[in-house]
Design a protein around this ligand. Structure first.
Ligand SMILES: [Zn+2]
Length: 306
């Protein structure tokens, strides 16, 4: 009996030894697979997703981790790289106030040393022209003549600026943005706006017509930085998505969130209305990076962050 017990112990020791060698081998190969996998997913060179962007478009630049404290410089403006899952990322907003033409895009590291230079060919965009006939009552909401209203408007412009002044350091979204509702587009992004034949501005978002009371959802995860009833834009919501990306929802009939509230993509935040300067029930939806308004479609089409 004793012999067989010894034998069993010896056999099991040998088996255990083998198992542990096999297990170690497995662990090493899994580890190697992970390392190789992460290496192949890591950016090893600078990639610019569009070297011929149109006015109002968002350009995404991915680069090695070494550049995560670097910057992109175009048109004498600096845009930071940020560390992200697969390397460094910079968002480059092509403002619709820029002139089309060739620009030098310079990428510098954290010491300001030039890493690379590229030529960026900024294209004219096919923006629509939008003419509105505005009555005095409506005009008063945009450019008030009443001193009380002028004061109110100034206060509210400061509120809006404050709502976009500070942004979460981390990226709060992990997938592409979504449309806040479905409907007919009545005025598109970038449209040149004329009020009573006078050049008023460029349209900084997309107007989507929908009946009063239609649900409006958050385009992406974030934190509410403004939920207020304003003279020009009516009931208004601004959401911070981190990294200086903000979305705005204007002319609502009802606000369903409060300042400081965390929201998730798809969450109902308000209802369509025609409050403020509006000639019919619709949602005005806009997206900005570094306070530069961009075509929201570019955020819906984001694939780099999925
Ligand atoms: Zn609008």
């Amino acid at each position: 009996m004793k012999i067989s017990t010894d034998l069993t112990e010896k056999i099991s020791t040998v088996i255990r030894g083998k198992v542990s060698i096999v297990a170690r081998g497995l662990m090493i190969s899994v580890f190697l697979m992970l390392v190789i996998g992460s290496l192949s997913a890591t950016a090893t060179e600078v990639e610019i997703d569009n070297l011929e962007p149109e006015l109002g478009q968002l350009v995404i630049i991915t680069a090695p981790y070494d550049l995560s404290e670097g910057e992109v410089i175009v048109n004498e403006e600096n845009f930071p790289f940020r560390a992200d899952e697969e390397g460094a990322v910079a968002l480059l907003p092509i403002s619709y106030w820029w002139n089309p033409g060739n620009y030098t895009l310079t990428i510098v590291d954290s010491q300001g040393r030039t890493w690379t230079k590229e030529e960026l060919k900024v294209q004219q965009a096919d923006f629509a022209e939008s003419y509105l006939t505005v009555d005095e009552d409506q005009e008063e909401k945009v450019r008030p003549t009443d001193p009380e209203k002028q004061k109110r408007q100034q206060r509210e412009q400061e509120l809006v600026a404050e709502a976009r002044a500070e942004s979460a350091e981390e990226r709060l979204w992990s997938s592409a943005f979504i449309w806040p509702l479905e409907g007919r587009i009545t005025t598109d992004f970038g449209a040149t706006r004329y009020h009573n034949e006078e050049l008023a501005n460029r349209h900084n978002g997309i107007d989507i017509a929908a009946p009063v009371g239609t649900s409006v959802v958050a385009s992406n995860n974030g934190e509410v930085t403004l939920a207020n009833d304003l003279l020009a834009t009516g009931k208004t919501i601004i959401i911070d998505h981190g990294w200086n990306v903000f979305s705005s929802y204007l002319h609502l009939s009802k606000l369903k969130v409060e300042v400081g509230e965390k929201v998730e993509q798809g969450q109902v935040i308000g209802l369509v209305g025609e409050t403020g300067f509006a000639t019919g029930p619709h949602l005005h939806w806009s997206l900005s990076y570094n306070r530069i308004f961009l075509d929201p479609r570019d955020f819906v089409d984001l694939s780099e962050f999925n």
